[in-house]
Ligand binder design. Structure first.
Ligand SMILES: Nc1ncnc2c1ncn2[C@@H]1O[C@H](COP(=O)(O)OP(=O)(O)OP(=O)(O)O)[C@@H](O)[C@H]1O
Ligand SMILES: [Mg+2]
Length: 307
């Protein structure tokens, strides 16, 4: 039995332990260390974000989880099984950073092709394809060839193929790269839907606001090393500040609060800012291009948050 599964009945979805990956350089130019002594663990049902600058080793680490790249040192387990085993691979769905698709196939044919590769057939596969096209918003383009798909549409068909075999872990390498804000939001909803069904997601993105919206935990990689890892809400909380959001307060109420805080000045309490919370450029863009209300604040996002 493996180390990760010794202590718990349900092993974590992913355990990377002391991973080092070196690539051989051509022309006997030596070796390049892309990942160095990196460890991380992703609990079942979590959404985990791997972030870091270009070339920091994110895609390489993901490829190790998929068994596409073999560790030079260290190990990776997926649900308690070595990521090199074909058994673990069956539980994983993958959207690569530069997905390649057959351009002459239509959306439906593409999903049928990947579904059949995973052993799905007949009515069950047809139903699954309809459901996935609906989930990624491509019903209208289902019978168009991929050669005519836009970047965002290709990304969405890529997401659909990644989950066609109902994987327990979905690895998404920059799922929103080149996708417009509406499309990104659909992809976010897609990821949240996976999470609500208990599916584990590991993703990378350079769009940190999106990472912040969907991830439970993040790991920050720099030059192949993990430099910070933890629960996102704990990492971004500003401990010494407390935010209270009031709807339509009267000027008198605000004055009353100011006075109360002033009375308590001895305790060190201080009113830092009174003003209207700002919406994000992303929400403004979506509102302006979809007819929704521009200033609408997402209650769920505001509650308990500290800026
Ligand atoms: N097959 C390979 N052969 C040689 N070097 C490689 C190979 N794959 C990756 N590398 C190198 O390893 C380093 C890490 O690459 P990786 O693709 O993991 O970075 P990344 O964090 O995903 O970057 P990005 O944000 O640009 O996608 C880079 O310097 C890259 O050039
Ligand atoms: Mg990458």
């Amino acid at each position: 039995m493996t180390k990760a599964s010794e202590h718990t009945e349900n092993p974590p979805a992913v355990v990377v332990s002391g991973l080092t990956k070196e690539f051989k350089l051509p022309m006997r130019a030596g070796r390049f260390r892309a990942v160095e002594d990196l460890s991380l663990s992703v609990g079942e049902g979590e959404v985990y974000g791997l972030i870091g600058p270009n070339g920091s080793g994110k895609s390489t680490t993901m490829k190790v989880m998929l068994g596409i790249v073999r560790p030079t040192k260290g190990s990776c387990e997926v649900f308690g099984m070595s990521s090199n085993s074909s058994k673990s691979r069956r539980l994983v769905g993958y959207l690569p950073e530069n997905p390649y698709f057959y351009k002459h196939l239509t959306g439906v044919e593409t999903l049928r092709f990947y579904g059949e590769l995973c052993g799905l057939r007949g009515g069950a596969l047809g139903k699954k394809i309809d459901q996935l096209l609906d989930m990624v918003g491509l019903q209208d383009a289902a019978d168009r060839r991929l050669g005519g798909y836009s970047k965002g549409m290709l990304q969405r068909i890529g997401l659909a193929q990644a989950v066609i075999h109902d994987p327990k872990l979905v690895v998404l390498d920059e799922p929103t790269a080149g996708v417009d804000p509406q499309g990104s939001r659909q992809i976010r909803d897609f990821i949240m839907d996976l999470k609500s069904r208990g599916i584990t997601v590991v993703l990378t993105s350079h769009l940190l606001e999106q990472v912040q919206e969907v991830c439970d935990r993040v790991g920050i990689i720099s030059k192949g090393r993990m430099v910070r890892e933890g629960r996102l809400d704990e990492m971004v909380a500003v401990e010494e500040l407390t935010e209270i959001v009031l709807k339509s307060p009267s000027p008198q109420l605000i004055d009353g609060i100011r006075e109360l805080v002033a009375k308590d000045a001895d305790s060190g309490a201080e009113l830092v800012r009174v003003g209207h919370p700002r919406t994000t450029l992303e929400r403004l863009f979506i509102a302006a291009t979809s007819g929704a209300e521009a200033g609408k604040i997402d209650n769920e996002k505001q509650e308990g948050g500290t800026q």
